[in-house]
Ligand binder design. Structure first.
Ligand code: CA
Length: 668
């Protein structure tokens, strides 16, 4: 064949292939769907034109509808989108569409489905019924270009504070104006009825490094058109994953408002030295029949059982299918959007084990390219069984196959407070015997250590974490009873209120002094209670709100938490970044008695100014005398207060440790 003919032939072949590509077709399985690798889905706006793109490989036709309003009003126009290959439908409108709203509508098996905002919507109107055409440059608060992440060296330097946006400010004594809103996190100088700091000033005073927000992306359960009803929900029912929740903004009808106010919140927390974590719930959606996932690509985003029914590892009626290429890509693109557009500093994955290990590792890799200090952690379990094989699940037991990702330790949680399903049975913190190895397991953040008898740990009989940064130690979170309630309901008969405060301090001392990453639930530091309610996901404000006046009555408790955090923040020995360093420097003592855990941290570990540290946790409801290495010790914590310069000195080889208390001693 002559060169000219070869060229012609090649052109003809290419044209034929392109023509084939540009016809939507039916596929035998979701795995055959073409993957689209562009990052311009939904729309790309400029004042000259807007190009809309929707990925929907099996749609028979796709319409774009335009509106003046986010809800109601006449439709302005309906336009047919064109199939352009790789599963994508496209249309370009050469007008300035800023301020207009839109929906997509696909034809599936001969039927027009309901209109939706599309799976990738980043700006939405009220209740995310319609997408909004905006210029993201209009959403930046003043000074946004100078917003930077507070410094962070190691993940083990983090102290997490989990808080619901509404709980933080909604109480009448919060002193904050923007009650229940993102903007409450921008209010400085706020006070409770007794003139004590609340809100962001309180967090600074306390010493946490990261604020972990319960779902703050757009969710379904609160009707944004009836905010005057003051309804409450945790928000674990995702609607638009890429837009902030409207009920936390001052005007959910204005698509710019929720975005800008979310950014103002991040900016304020950063300015005050704290990073921001988002709780992300990619594992399922609110009602799948009506969700944009279903209305864009029916079936694809969800896992099915062998009989075609939707599987339900989330316990919420469906589960997503991260192992499918475009679901995995969706999650990654969504996370990158929150990092790049909103400057979010990390993510807590709800029911992370519904996702596959490959997806989680891919997420770590992609986020590393933006900033390796972004923190990723999650619940290493599912709520029910999944069609995803166990070997592929991002469960707690597999965290050593997910470097740079952490999991919650339910081992330490229940070893301290008792099982989550059993309100009445206490554990170590209330003096119940049998949990010493579990406390030790928590102290080394579930890493390998040769003086732990793993067979005696409550749940996990192997050290699942490869590095201490892979474990979140906690005793309470939004789920189940808060710590104060749990202690009230399970404490041994005859425990006095003062004794119950000791159990509380002991539990959180173990969390904040253990290696790994500590996590506390907002308000525990001022003895928050939830009136004994286990699952407050839709309980009223009266149960969920942080009552800031508790800070007055519980000032010693607040000071103790604050002291523990100051101790941890000032002393890197409590924050060792590697298992090797931990094994070299942390040594357990033989205590010879039940319900006692003691260890030393030697050799100015991790660059600490203290050469030697002794930590003793006494779960018993009576004083114990413990044999300790004789040294010129100074006591920095006696279970009642924490003083970094010392409370008293001790050089005997036995140490009396008060009932239900932690002691910390050091020698420089
Ligand atoms: Ca919403």
């Amino acid at each position: 064949m002559k060169f000219k003919h070869l060229l012609l032939f090649t052109f003809t072949l290419l044209a034929m292939m392109t023509a084939c590509n540009k016809t939507p077709q039916k596929y035998n399985s979701y795995y055959e769907y073409p993957e689209y690798t562009g990052n311009d889905l939904e729309y790309v706006y400029s004042p000259q034109q807007t190009t809309f793109k929707l990925w929907s490989p099996e749609a028979e036709q796709v319409n774009l509808h335009l509106y003046n309003q986010g809800l109601g009003g006449e439709r302005l126009n309906t336009l047919n989108m064109e199939y352009v290959g790789e599963g994508v439908w496209e249309i370009t409108i050469k007008e300035d569409l800023k301020g207009k709203f839109y929906t997509f509508q696909i034809m599936h098996e001969g039927q027009w489905l309901s209109e939706s905002v599309g799976a990738y919507a980043k700006a939405v109107g009220v209740n995310a019924v319609r997408g909004a055409v905006i210029d993201f440059a209009d959403t930046n608060p003043e000074g946004w270009e100078n917003d930077i992440r507070p410094a962070q060296k190691n993940f083990t330097d983090i102290i997490l504070y989990e808080v619901h946006v509404r709980d933080f400010s909604v109480s009448p004594n919060s002193g904050m104006k923007n009650k229940g809103k993102f903007l409450a996190f921008t209010e400085e100088g706020t006070k409770n009825s007794y003139g004590q700091a609340t809100g962001i000033d309180h967090l600074k005073e306390l010493g946490v490094t990261h604020v972990h927000l319960l779902p703050a992306f757009d969710y379904n359960s609160i009707d944004e058109t009836t905010l005057e009803k003051n309804l409450y929900n945790w928000g674990y029912d995702p609607a638009s994953f890429n837009a902030p929740e409207g009920s936390y903004s001052t005007n959910p009808y204005d698509p710019i408002c929720r975005i800008k106010e979310f950014k103002q919140m991040v900016q304020s927390l950063h300015k005050n030295g704290m990073r921001v974590i988002m709780d992300v719930v990619y594992n399922h959606t609110s009602k799948w029949e009506e969700h944009p996932f279903t209305l864009t690509v029916p079936g694809y985003y969800y896992r099915q059982n062998a009989d075609g029914s939707y599987s339900n590892a989330s316990g919420c009626g469906n589960e997503t299918a991260s192992e499918r290429a475009m679901v995995r890509r969706y999650i990654i693109e969504s996370l990158k959007h929150w990092v790049n557009e909103y400057h979010v500093d990390g993510f807590r994955f709800d029911l992370m084990a519904i996702h596959d290990i490959t997806t989680m590792n891919e997420i770590r890799k992609e986020l590393d390219q933006i900033d390796p200090t972004l923190f990723i952690y999650g619940e290493g379990w599912t709520a029910a069984d999944s069609p995803l094989p166990y070997e592929q699940r991002a469960v707690k037991q597999h965290v050593n196959r997910m470097p740079g990702i952490a999991v919650f330790s339910d081992d330490i949680r229940d070893g301290l407070r008792g099982g989550w399903a059993d309100a009445k049975t206490p554990a170590f913190a209330c003096g119940n015997q049998g949990y010493d190895e579990t406390i030790k397991f928590g102290a080394v953040a579930a890493t390998p250590h040769d003086s732990i008898h793993y067979g005696l740990v409550n749940y996990s009989h192997n050290p699942y974490a490869a590095q201490p940064s892979q474990v979140i130690n906690y005793v309470s979170c939004h789920d189940d009873m808060c710590l104060n309630d749990k202690i009230s309901y399970s404490a041994p008969y005859g425990s006095t209120p003062q004794e119950m405060r000791k159990y509380n301090r002991l539990a959180q001392s173990i969390i904040l002094l253990s290696q790994g990453v500590p996590f506390i639930y907002a308000g525990e530091e001022i003895m928050r209670n939830k009136q004994g309610v286990h699952n407050t996901y839709q309980s009223p404000d009266s149960i969920n709100q942080i009552n800031w006046d508790f800070k007055h009555k519980e000032e010693p408790m607040f000071n103790y938490y604050k002291g523990l955090m100051a101790l941890r923040n000032a002393h890197p020995a409590f924050r060792m970044p590697t298992t090797q360093m931990l094994q070299e420097n942390l040594h357990f003592l033989y205590t010879g008695q039940a319900c006692v855990v003691a260890y030393t941290i030697e050799n100015n570990a991790n660059g600490d100014s203290w050469n030697r540290i002794l930590v003793v946790h006494n779960g018993n409801r009576h004083v114990i005398n413990l044999n300790i290495p004789q040294d010129n010790w100074t006591v920095a914590c006696n279970g009642e207060e924490v003083k970094l310069n010392g409370i008293f000195n001790w050089n005997k080889n036995t140490l009396p440790v008060p009932a239900s208390s932690t002691m910390v001693l050091f020698r420089k």
